[in-house]
Design a protein around this ligand. Sequence first.
Ligand code: FUB
Length: 334
Amino acid sequence: MNKLILKTSVLSLSALLLVACGQTKKEQPAEEAVAKSGNPVFEGWYADPEGIVYGDTYWIYPTYSDQYELQTHFDCFSSKDLVNWTKHESILDTTEVKWAKRAMWAPAVISKDGKYYLFFGANDVHEGEVGGIGVAVADRPEGPYKDLLGKPLINEIINGAQPIDQFVFQDNGTYYMYYGGWRHCNLVKLKDDFTGLEPFEDGEMYKEVTPEGYVEGPFMFKKDGKYYFMWSEGGWTGPDYSVAYAIADSPFGPFKRIGKILQQDPEVGTGAGHHSVIQVPGTDEYYIVYHRHPLGDDNGNHRVTCIDRMTFDEQGHINPVKITFEGVEARPIR
Ligand code: FUB
């Protein structure tokens, strides 16, 4: 859904010419059209967006946001400039993942050795049930994805963490996965081929790394040698859903909560949360990709995917994000 946003320039070229010619016509502000993404960036109910850059293309992998029984597939979206988005339909669904019946949630994606991996949650799993975190693989970012294991990668509830909302993070050649709902977050180490977990050096398989206020939706990125750990707080169906963060010296934490950086704006949208971060390759430009509820809509499943700029202060702290209707300007990857 692209929108032409009208921008008022201070002094138009024609006004300048009139002044140069000594004419006294009063300056008229001119309007020029600037293409912006608009928010939401694409149509439809989509939540938990994971943004990533593959080559010269931006990709977003969201949850299809509906009743759990109807969450049986994933779509994804690609763009060369953040403004124009192409939908790729049904890249993975329950006909391919035999153990997944419902509630397919919150993709985490990564490419490795020429393959594309999509980690996902399924079945809203509880103790004694089949479900949890699965992993699928494809030859192209837009799929089709195939279930890698034929069973969940993590089915059990460990340290009180529901196995959902995984985020895969590569650091110095090691692939970690943060995950967890129900207010608990675990860190695990993935095998090199993503077919299972590996113990940490101390023999532990699951390290609980839950920060204060954590509910779900962990995300990690590294900047200037520091580890920025982010997560969602509040309830995702309501207005108070939001994102907070910590900065640590290691992927293991400790993650001391610094504060919220994304939350509702009663003039723009509510329940802004479950985000991811896109860094434009080779630059210090960052975007936050998140979902929010449209104003005045109290259906908890009505979540839309939005993008806004994310900036830092001189100390490296994340500035509070201003959520907008306009979204972001075109930003091709050069
Ligand atoms: O979309 C389903 C669930 O809602 C996600 O797994 C949670 O993080 C919340 O956003």
